[in-house]
Design a protein. Structure first.
Length: 277
């Protein structure tokens, strides 16, 4: 986990945020929003190294602070090493955005314990373990007046409010993480706040075709695709608003209010597309 090309920031006062899965898709949008707001962004990646390095180079060329870190979220040792490295390059983390997720198709009828465990490790155990470590590393509550509170943000999915049986194990892990928002907020108070953000469909997913995505991305109350920048700005808002904890914001154009018997990518191809213009 070398950081030789990315020395510690010259301005130690810059708040630091760790974004897991930060190199691509929503993670890249979140990294960009925080960097442009003056945060030192630590961009964790595992399989998207080239994209993460390119994103951080671009942000640094614009005068922002951004550090890519290769980190394993699937083991205790990997998570601890990631947090150690993030602290070494950016100082105590003021915010952790648990954006990385494992998303593999299954159903209740095809449930596979090994597949479920892999998703559970990344989607639930890693966010909770990293949040615990952030709380342990943050200055004690009696220093709150000087340091303020830190914040853990869990990226969820509108599916937790609009259940269907597709992506069965993935959905279960996100349901557990959604419940953990309030529980972890209670457990880590007062020095750490915990919030969630629940996006809708923003990118091509799984076996989806571009044509399917074009239709599915408009199956929401506002009949238009969800802008990842809106989700990123919401994460920044949650991280910057000291009075928010134990709550989740849905940023999905109202997708969670459109009941579907199947995942939206399957529903629009079923012959009965809902809410299509």
């Amino acid at each position: 986990m070398s950081t030789a090309l990315y020395p510690a920031p010259s301005s130690p006062a810059a708040p630091a945020v760790l974004v897991t899965g930060g190199g691509v898709r929503l993670g890249a949008a979140i990294c960009t929003a925080f960097a442009q707001a003056g945060w030192h962004v630590v961009c964790q990646y595992r399989q998207s190294g080239a994209a993460a390095l390119a994103l951080c180079e671009q942000l640094r060329a614009q005068g922002h602070q951004a550090t890519p870190l290769d980190g394993d979220l699937t083991t205790d040792a990997g998570r601890d090493a990631l947090m150690d490295a993030a602290r070494a390059v950016a100082g105590p983390l003021r915010c952790l955005v648990n954006n990385a997720s494992a998303f593999e198709p299954d159903t209740g009828a095809t449930f596979d314990a090994d597949l479920a465990r892999r998703q559970l490790e990344v989607n639930l155990i890693a966010p909770l373990a990293l949040g615990r470590r952030l709380a342990a590393d943050w200055p004690a509550a009696d220093n709150e007046a000087a340091h303020g509170s830190a914040c853990v943000l869990h990226v969820l999915d509108q599916k937790v409010y609009n259940l269907n049986p597709d992506y069965f194990s993935y959905t279960l892990t996100k349901l557990a993480l959604e419940r953990a928002v309030s529980l972890q907020a209670q457990a880590l108070a007062p020095q750490v706040r915990v919030c969630g953000v629940a996006p809708g469909l923003m990118f091509l997913s799984g076996p989806q075709s571009p044509e399917n995505f074009e239709r599915a991305s408009r199956v929401n109350l506002l009949r238009r695709p969800i802008d990842p920048a809106d989700v990123a700005r919401t994460c920044l808002f949650l991280a910057s608003t000291a009075g928010l904890t134990g709550t989740t914001l849905c940023v999905d154009n109202g997708q969670h209010l459109v009941p579907l018997a199947r995942d939206v990518m399957f529903a629009v191809d079923s012959g009965h597309p809902p809410l299509m213009p």
